[in-house]
Design a protein around this ligand. Structure first.
Ligand SMILES: Cc1ncc(COP(=O)(O)O)c(C=O)c1O
Length: 405
């Protein structure tokens, strides 16, 4: 394993802080490294592997589709893609889909659609976006500029013109920032990377009302919250709010790269032929994978299960937080998108490393949040085991603090 880590450090661009672990195999919610150690995967490739690893139906679909047809380009239709578009529209009530390969690309499409919608309507001056502090929308030039982490924008030349950031949850600040030049409010229903912060009650409803009042589009980034993660098919379904456009990626392919935006008929004309595209977007292989993800979600009732298991995980994490009040501040989240927020001064990265050594994979969100985004197929027993491993981890951290280690 160590040899591969050295090779990786030599040949891979150092833009990630990669842990010295090499995974070779996965099954359900378990991952196995090159030395045969087993881990409970509560990261799921950052909220991606909704069906866990090596789900037999997803494996079969990908193998069979690869053997039949992998790529043809968007100069032609392909069956899997058309059927996926129909299934997604029928499931969500939108009318049209555009496909790409990642969350950032889906968000780029959503940004372009919003601006072009107003430009085509003879209002090119309506191009400003309202976005939020601590938001995360991807790493392309436009999406880091919509995102709310200043450090991610530094060193990449002039900032994108026409973006105003306000604090997440602060409806009054949004109201003050609105104006006739605003084309869209760009928002996550739960801020994922920013720290697993659900929209406060009434916030999304307030944004919807402001968009209606000012003739602007409500653009929902559901890349992390979508496809059942929060216990509803889309995060917005926890409220009465409907986004004008929704972006998806992550869980949609269950590990196979795919992104999408969903659009109502009245906005479908914003991106006519020649205005946007993607070579790989909507390819038969990715589309077949996504179709299988959607049908497994239905057949195994995984969206409802995400709500039930989320409540179970939440109560267990609250108990852990209560047991370690010196290390933990609180627990929060929605469905199977949750975080245990550590107290200021506790080294989250060190805790993450120790959890990994005990066979528990997590990610960090918002600096102090130990984020849980397990596969939606995780079992109750695995949730128990994951929380036990976390408890042991925190106990060992406390022992070190007490002994000054
Ligand atoms: C809410 C949200 N939007 C967009 C993205 C970017 O997705 P990708 O990394 O697939 O480009 C992410 C990734 O974490 C995300 O959480």
């Amino acid at each position: 394993m160590a040899e591969l880590v050295v090779l990786g450090q030599k040949y891979l661009l150092g833009n990630y802080r990669q842990a010295p672990v090499v995974f070779v195999r996965g099954e359900g919610s378990r991952l196995y490294d090159k030395e045969g150690r087993e881990y409970i995967d509560c990261a799921a490739g950052v909220a991606v592997c909704a069906l866990g690893h090596a789900h037999p139906r997803l494996v079969r679909t990908i193998a069979e589709q690869a053997a039949r047809l992998m790529h043809v380009s968007n100069y032609f239709f392909n069956e899997e893609n058309v059927l996926l578009a129909r299934e997604l529209c029928e499931k969500t009530g939108y009318d049209k889909a555009f496909f790409c390969n990642s969350g950032a690309e889906a968000n780029e499409a959503m940004l372009k659609l919003a601006r072009r919608h107003y430009s085509a309507a003879g209002k090119p001056e309506k191009f400003r976006f309202i976005a939020f502090d601590n938001a995360f929308h991807g790493r392309t030039l436009a999406t880091v500029n919509i995102g709310g982490t200043p450090a991610y924008k530094e060193g990449f030349g002039p900032k994108l013109e026409g973006v105003t950031h306000v604090p997440y949850g602060d409806l009054e600040a949004v109201r003050r920032a609105m104006g006739p030049d605003v084309c869209g409010i760009f928002v996550e229903t739960v801020q994922g990377e920013g720290g697993v912060t659900p929209a406060p009650p009434g916030f999304l409803e307030g944004l919807r009302a402001l968009c209606d009042e000012h003739d602007a589009l409500l653009l929902l980034d559901e890349v992390q919250t979508g496809i059942g993660r929060t216990g509803r098919m889309l995060g917005m379904l926890h409220t009465s709010v409907r986004g004008d456009v929704v972006s998806l990626a992550k869980g949609l392919g269950g590990g196979f790269p795919i992104g999408a935006i969903l659009v109502p008929e009245r906005l479908a004309g914003a991106l006519p032929s020649g205005t946007h595209g993607s070579t790989f977007g909507g390819n038969p292989l990715a589309s077949a994978a996504a179709r299988t993800v959607l049908s497994v979600l239905d057949d195994e009732h995984l969206v409802e299960e995400a709500e039930r298991k989320g409540a179970l995980l939440s109560s267990k994490l609250q108990a852990v937080a209560a047991k370690h009040p010196d290390l933990c501040e609180l627990e929060r989240g929605q469905g199977l998108l949750r975080a245990l927020v550590l107290k200021p001064g506790v080294d989250a990265r060190a805790v993450l490393g120790r959890a990994r050594e005990r066979g528990l994979l997590l990610t960090i969100a918002g600096g102090r949040g130990l984020r849980f985004t397990p596969p939606l197929v995780i079992t109750d027993a695995e949730i128990d085991l994951a929380v036990e491993r976390l408890d042991e981890t925190l106990r060992s951290v406390r022992l070190d603090l007490v002994s000054g280690g």
